[in-house]
Design a protein around this ligand. Sequence first.
Ligand code: AMP
Length: 194
Amino acid sequence: MKSVCIYCGSSPGNRPEYAEAARAMGRLLAERGLALVYGGGKVGLMGTVADAVLAHGGTAIGIIPEALMQKEVGHRGLSELHVVRNMHERKQMMADRADAFVAMPGGVGTFEELFETFTWLQLGYHAKPVGLLNAAGFYDGMRGFLQHAVDEGFLKQVHNDLLHVDTTPEGILDKLARAPRVTVDKWQEKREQT
Ligand code: AMP
């Protein structure tokens, strides 16, 4: 594992624990020699994690659509800033450049990125590990809802278990580093069952 894509809020959130987690994550990435791949903004937790990586001598790679350069304030101090044409190019480049993915607290943009990456894993489009940094219990409700989807027969437990979860940056990065690369094909599994 040489690079980690972090999905997180373009807002800082209301609790100091969120920014603390973002600073700790940025510092740890730099200390472990892992490049940060992220959305390229300067605002919210996105900016906090990137600033922490850079402050500790790490590598921060930002990828931002041209339309968001002003709104999310493209970070000018990054190791690399790629300004791409649209959101699809951004997500594709983030997925290509990272060896693993972590969602930290955020809003619908973060959720969308997490769930796209999670569904691509479930469909076998990639085999890179995906994790949640559940800082201050932010994702407890989402985890409960995913379990509800399992209980109601819309999500398999084995697929839900593909999403690694931890409450600390150390914990989640350790889990992703140890995680085997699994190639899943939910439709192949379906065919095999019938
Ligand atoms: P948010 O979690 O809503 O604060 O957004 C966090 C990041 O997700 C920001 O960089 C947004 O630009 C990005 N984002 C918002 N919508 C999408 C989307 N449809 N696909 C990918 N990223 C998105």
